[in-house]
Design a protein around this ligand. Sequence first.
Ligand SMILES: [Zn+2]
Length: 411
Amino acid sequence: MPQINACRFCKNPKLNRYLDLGATPLADRFLSAEQLNEPEKYYPLAVALCENCGLSQLTYTVDPKELYQEEYPYAMSLTKTGSDHYGSFAASVVKKFNLTQNDLVIDVGSNVGILLEGFKKNGTKTLGVDPAANMAKIANERGIETIADFFVPSVATGIKEKYGPAKIVVGTNVFAHIFDHHQFIEALQAVLDEKGIFIFESPSFVNLVKNLEYDTIYHEHLLYLSLKPVANFFKQFDMEVFDVESYPIHGGSFRVFISRKNNYPINESVEKYLKEEEATGIYSLPTLGEFAKKVAQNRIELMNLIHKIKEEGKTIAIISTPAKGMTLLNYCRIGPEHADFATEKSPLKIGRYTPGTRIPIVPDSELMVRKPDYAILLAWNFSNEIMKNLDEYRALGGKFIIPIPKPEIKG
Ligand SMILES: [Zn+2]
């Protein structure tokens, strides 16, 4: 499995590697104090373009058993921006397809069930599927029925037998995590109703390049999705993309609607989106080479800024430790010599250390106790909301460092 030798979508062997972020540990492998004495496992982190279908993808696959352990620490939508988004996602899909109480909506990678909660409120039947047992448990306790398993054909068939066919299968930020897409489609076709719809939402690769969101590249994200390769991929299975919508969440996402061929009229949004996408140059190696240069430049500028602050004798902390932040810290090599601590609200992370860079993680409240001069915002996609919540810190003169797309200080 590890180093891939063909495109994950079209099996073409011609892959062009254009971005190398070095080797990093897994982004969610937060270390306990005892683990600081043990060596960490590092894996290559590089992205290649498929010359045939245009899919950008990681060149290396970490064994899913290593990637997804029981203690997956990402509980979805702790932020208001996140829960608002998923609430309106559900409402808009229910309205768009006139869903009723007879329609089953399955969320693949349902986490603690935030999105399904929205569907439930809007009156549909719901079922979650998530391999992380601890997340599935929380979801079930919250009243969102969830199966703790991978979405594979045997599981999908079992669902259909027990619950009937699904009108909608959704996957948010999950399609890029799937290891075997061919198997995923088989599961999808097994559970979907004849006119059933697969809807996935994912950060778009166009925005990743445009906004230099290179930190969203990590081992869980095997693919960096754009519409052209996705549309071509589904054609192999007699399915088609019939609509696409854009949303600002996670630095710019797109929502794609797919069904069996000839079920729904193809919306003009599809052609329009494909044209705009092509025009950005994300399928051209020179454009991607430019992108890689800007990534290297970002690291230089960020580290120059941090070194300048340290020379002035000022202190720096880190606000929250999302997975993408771990790519940034490791790639830029920001460690405890730069940042004294990182704050978190997740009890799964507090008391641990950031993977690779080994910065101690403390509760959110420590920010106001230790009052660092600067705080690096790793969750830049929620920076406005986070800064607003930290008014008290700002009032004390605390400043924020926003690392991406261009390192800047905000007071
Ligand atoms: Zn391909």
